[in-house]
Design a binder for this molecule. Structure first.
Ligand SMILES: NC(=O)c1ccc[n+]([C@@H]2O[C@H](COP(=O)([O-])OP(=O)(O)OC[C@H]3O[C@@H](n4cnc5c(N)ncnc54)[C@H](OP(=O)(O)O)[C@@H]3O)[C@@H](O)[C@H]2O)c1
Length: 385
C-alpha cells in the first residue's frame, strides 16, 4: 500500500531530510510540496519528485514559479497552502513549516481528517487545546516529528493509562551551556547558530541557544500526551543521545536512545505504525562512553522560565509568548537585537498583554497580531537606544 504525502516546508531542514527518507521508501509517494519564497529549490524538488502541485506562501515567489514551471500548478498564499492539502487526496501531511504560520495548515489537514506528521511545534504551542480537540473530532492522528516527542510517543505506546508518573525531556543545552549572563552579553549570531549536536534551521537553532526551544517542547508535550505541566521535567543532556524518558509508577524509568539524526523520527512518523530501515549508525555506547545530565540553569536562560510561566497562565499566553519570540529571534538574526534582549522582549510583551481565554482560532490570530505589533515596537525602541 502506498501512502500519499504532502510535505509543507519541503525546502527547509526537516523538509529536505523528509525527502531523503522518502527516497529510500517503497511506500511513500509525494503529491504536494510547499515553501514560503524559495521558489527555485521548490520547483527543482517538484521536477525531481514528479510532483504536479506546489504552493508558495509568498505571492511574488509563486508568480515567478508559475512562469518558470509549466508542468504543473502553482498555488499561492495561505489559501494556496490550504488548497494544496485539501485537494491532494493525500493520506498524510508533514508540516515542517517554521513558526506560527504552520498553524493554519495543521488545522486544514486535521479538518479534512488527514493524519498529521508534526514537526511544526508552534501549531501546538499556539493552538494546543483547539488543535487537539479538532484531531479528536475528525479522528486524524498527530504523530510528532520532534525527536523528544517522537521518543515519548514510542515510549508511551506500550503503557497503560495511569501508569506514567513523569515525562522527562532532554535538552542539549545549546552552544552556551554553562555560560553566565555576563558571558552572553555580546554573543554573535554566528556563535548562537553553532549548535553542538543538531544541524537545524536558523530559528530553531536560536531557540535552542536560548532554551526557548525546550519551553516550546514542554507545551507541545503537554498537549500531545495530555500530561500536566508539573509532571513534565527538563534535564540538560549535552550528548543528545537520550532523546526523552518516562518514569512509571513501579519505579522503572524508560529511555529512548540514538545518535542525533532527524531522519529517525521523520521516518517513524511517516511510516507509523510500521518501521522501516533508516541508514543510520547503530548506537555504540562504548564509543559514546559517558552520558551526563545536569539541571537547566533557569537564571541564565530566562526563556525556559518564561515559557513555563506562559504555559501555566494558559489561554492566549503561549500564543503571545510564541509571537514575541518569533519577532525577537528574527530581529536577533538580523543584528537588531542582542541575545539577552530576546527574553526581555518576550517578558515585556507578556507583561503588557495578559492572558485571555481562547474561544476560537480567530482569537488566537488576534492575540498573535497584537503580540507581534508590540514586540516589533519593543525591538525598534531597543535598536534606536
Ligand atoms: N530542523 C530540525 O532539526 C528540527 C527538529 C525538530 C523540530 N523542528 C521543527 O520543524 C519546523 C521546521 O524547522 P526547520 O529547521 O526545518 O526550518 P527551516 O529550515 O527554516 O525551514 C522552514 C520551512 O518552512 C517554510 N516557511 C517558512 N515560513 C513560512 C511561511 N510563513 N509560510 C509557509 N512556509 C514557510 C520555509 O520556506 P522557504 O525555504 O521559502 O523559507 C522552509 O521550507 C520548526 O517548527 C522546528 O521547530 C525542526
Amino acid at each position: 500500500m502506498s501512502r500519499r504525502l504532502v510535505i509543507l516546508g519541503s525546502t527547509g531542514s526537516i523538509g529536505e531530510q523528509a525527502l531523503d527518507v522518502v527516497s529510500r521508501s517503497e511506500e511513500l509517494v509525494v503529491v504536494g510540496l510547499s515553501a514560503e519564497r524559495s521558489w527555485e529549490p521548490l520547483v527543482e524538488q517538484a521536477r525531481a519528485w514528479g510532483v504536479r502541485r506546489i504552493a508558495l506562501a509568498d505571492e511574488d515567489a509563486a508568480a515567478r514559479a508559475s512562469e518558470a514551471w509549466t508542468d504543473g500548478e502553482v498555488l499561492s498564499g495561505s489559501d494556496g497552502l490550504v488548497r494544496l492539502i485539501a485537494d491532494a487526496e493525500c493520506d498524510m501531511v508533514l508540516n515542517a513549516i517554521v513558526g506560527s504560520a504552520g498553524l493554519l495548515p495543521s488545522v486544514a489537514a486535521l479538518t479534512e481528517g488527514i493524519d498529521l506528521a508534526l514537526a511544526n511545534k508552534e501549531s501546538l504551542v499556539v493552538g494546543g487545546e483547539l488543535v487537539m480537540q479538532l484531531a479528536e473530532a475528525t479522528g486524524a492522528s498527530i504523530i510528532p516529528v520532534d525527536s523528544e516527542h517522537s521518543a515519548l510517543h514510542q515510549l508511551l505506546g506500550a503503557e497503560r493509562p495511569g501508569t506514567v508518573d513523569r515525562l522527562i525531556l532532554t535538552a542539549s543545552g545549546g552552544p552556551f551551556r554553562g555560560a553566565s549572563p555576563a558571558d552572553l552579553r555580546d554573543v554573535t549570531v554566528e556563535q548562537a547558530l553553532a549548535h553542538p549536536t543538531w544541524d537545524m534551521g536558523g530559528k530553531i537553532t536560536i531557540d535552542s541557544a536560548t532554551l526557548m526551544n525546550k519551553g516550546l517542547e514542554l507545551i507541545e508535550a503537554h498537549h500531545l500526551f495530555g500530561t500536566p505541566y508539573e509532571r513534565i521535567d527538563v534535564v540538560v543532556h549535552p550528548q543528545s543521545i537520550v532523546h526523552s524518558l518516562i518514569q512509571l509508577c513501579d519505579g522503572a524509568t524508560l529511555a529512548h536512545l540514538g545518535y542525533p539524526d532527524m531522519r529517525v523520527p521523520i521516518s517513524y512518523a511517516l511510516h507509523y505504525p510500521e518501521r522501516v530501515d533508516v541508514p543510520v549508525r547503530p548506537l555504540d555506547l562504548v564509543e559514546v562512553g559517558a552520558l551526563t545530565f545536569e539541571p537547566a540553569a533557569g537564571d541564565t536562560f530566562a526563556c525556559l522560565r518564561l515559557a513555563r510561566e506562559a504555559a501555566l497562565a494558559g489561554g492566549t499566553a503561549p500564543c503571545t509568548m510564541n509571537a514575541a519570540n518569533e519577532v525577537a529571534v528574527h530581529a536577533f538574526l538580523r543584528g537588531r537585537l542582542r541575545f539577552l534582549e530576546i527574553a526581555r522582549v518576550i517578558e515585556q510583551t507578556l507583561e503588557a498583554l495578559p492572558a485571555t481565554q481562547v474561544h476560537s482560532f480567530d482569537s488566537l490570530a488576534d492575540a498573535d497580531a497584537r503580540a507581534r505589533t508590540l514586540a516589533r515596537e519593543l525591538v525598534a525602541e531597543r535598536a534606536a537606544a
